[in-house]
Design a binder for this molecule. Structure first.
Ligand SMILES: NC(=O)c1ccc[n+]([C@@H]2O[C@H](COP(=O)([O-])OP(=O)(O)OC[C@H]3O[C@@H](n4cnc5c(N)ncnc54)[C@H](O)[C@@H]3O)[C@@H](O)[C@H]2O)c1
Length: 259
């Protein structure tokens, strides 16, 4: 008898940041489909509650946790609330991210700090809190960080985003080294352009959409569900020998330029 393909995620407590919309929403839904118990952490309380209800009504298990990833106290409270409801977190998806498009000379220090706080410091603090408990319990786990192609290459007019995402890639590799002996794997996914709220305004301009398509050898942008598939692979036991990796899901963007 052929056995079903098992991802080992059934009943796993999972926490995803920025889970109410876009890539986070698609990932939360897929994790729930795979049987994980999902804490959807987002500052958009209504969106997080609606998604948790959607998953619960479909027979899955999910809770909404309202938190601003730019506030340390919120992050601490969110992890505590998720663990109190679901148990020790075994899968963490550091997804929350913001970005602005502006020449470096026009970026305020406040905006720069904000990008670092949300994209990099929140990734550090969620990882620290969750990993500490994973280590203590000795059960192992998986941390997946949503980086970007902007974590691997420069992008015009995106200095704060690019710098923070390079930071996420560096942090991912270093945490992988530190946590490997505890059977905690840490990997990143580097999406190319994906149509979400983050990019909706930009991609609503047909000329810009065409340029974005053309920047990807597959001549299109991605869908949130295509990123979620990669995240779930890295979260699951099917990637049990993969750590410190940065998986590009980018339609070939990072493979090189057409000569
Ligand atoms: N969309 C893309 O083209 C693309 C490409 C590469 C990488 N990424 C990365 O993927 C991740 C998700 O991006 P997306 O496009 O799905 O974004 P999105 O804007 O569609 O969704 C982001 C979610 O995060 C929440 N959020 C924003 N700020 C928050 C905060 N301070 N505290 C808590 N929640 C907050 C929002 O409410 C929303 O639910 C980000 O890290 C982004 O950098 C996106």
């Amino acid at each position: 008898m052929i056995k079903a393909f098992d991802l080992g995620l059934a009943g796993m407590p999972a926490l995803i940041t920025g889970g109410a919309a876009g890539i986070g929403r698609a990932t939360a839904l897929l994790l729930a489909e795979c049987g994980a118990h999902v804490a959807i952490v987002d500052k958009d309380g209504a969106g997080a509650v609606a998604l948790a209800d959607e998953i619960s009504h479909a027979g899955g298990r999910a809770i909404a946790v309202i938190a601003d990833a730019g506030r340390d106290d919120d992050i601490r409270a969110a992890v505590a609330e998720a663990e109190a409801s679901l148990g020790v977190i075994r899968v963490l998806v550091n997804n929350v991210g913001i970005g602005e498009r502006r020449p470096m000379v026009d970026i305020s220090v406040e905006d720069w700090r904000n990008a670092m706080e949300i994209n990099l410091t929140a990734t550090f603090l969620f990882s620290k809190l969750v990993a500490r408990r994973m280590v203590h319990e000795g059960l192992g786990g998986s941390i997946v960080c949503i980086a970007s192609v902007a974590g691997e290459t420069g992008v015009l007019n995106r200095s704060s985003y690019v710098a923070s995402k390079h930071g996420v890639v560096g942090l991912t590799k270093t945490l992988a080294l530190e946590l490997a002996r505890h059977n905690i794997r840490v990997n990143a996914v580097a999406p190319g352009m994906v149509k979400t709220n983050l990019t909706a305004k930009l991609l609503s301009d047909p000329a810009r959409m065409e340029r974005s398509n053309a920047a990807h050898p597959m001549n299109r942008v991605g869908r949130p569900e295509e990123i979620a598939d990669a995240v779930v692979f890295l979260a699951s036991s099917r990637s049990s020998f993969t750590t410190g990796a940065v998986l590009a899901v980018d339609g070939g963007f990072l493979a090189g330029k057409d000569s």
